[in-house]
Design a protein around this ligand. Sequence first.
Ligand code: G3P
Length: 216
Amino acid sequence: MKIFLDTANVGDIKTATDWGAIDGVTTNPSLVAKEGRDFKQMVLEICEIVNGPVSAEVISLEADKMVEEGKGLAAWHKNVIVKIPCTPDGLKATKILEGQGIKVNVTLVFSVNQVLLCAKAGASFISPFVGRLDDIGEDGMQMVAESVAVIKNYNFKSEIIVASVRSVEHAKKAALVGAHIATIPFKILSEMFKHPLTDKGIEKFLADWKGAEGKV
Ligand code: G3P
């Protein structure tokens, strides 16, 4: 499974890139607004750090405007993936942009039927939001598992990006159900390293080494 970082924070992206952990980045208007920086400048910086797909989202809601905005975003850098919401206009824009060789990540996806429609529109990436489905009492990861099956059944080119990841458990399950990608917040990625036995093991190795000093 590929791991993307779900953030617009350049410092966190640098850190995770140095860990060798990430294959791409996803941003959204909320994450961009949180940083309070110039959107284009920030996306360009991210593209220079990460050698992989970097999603930047359109704000327009009408298909023709999404296409125009998407073309503008894609022209910023070869790594930019145009992120578009899962609406009829969004899928119309997806079909046009993908037809012109511009890759699209369809976002705000909450059902398997939406996944099917995104795949048929030719989306390179499709982003189901597991956390937000869990929030309303549904099983987000079950929906991801079913989406992965649909993509495999018909050999669609689309890759499923598990988004709205809220826990290390989400990250593990995304890999177990065969999701192509999980986009993970920096805090959750950092937690994925942790295990008490790793820390305890290091402590013991160092204590034993210290005790044997001079003899080895
Ligand atoms: O990738 C989408 C993600 O940023 C949304 O996460 O936690 O706001 O549902 P959340």
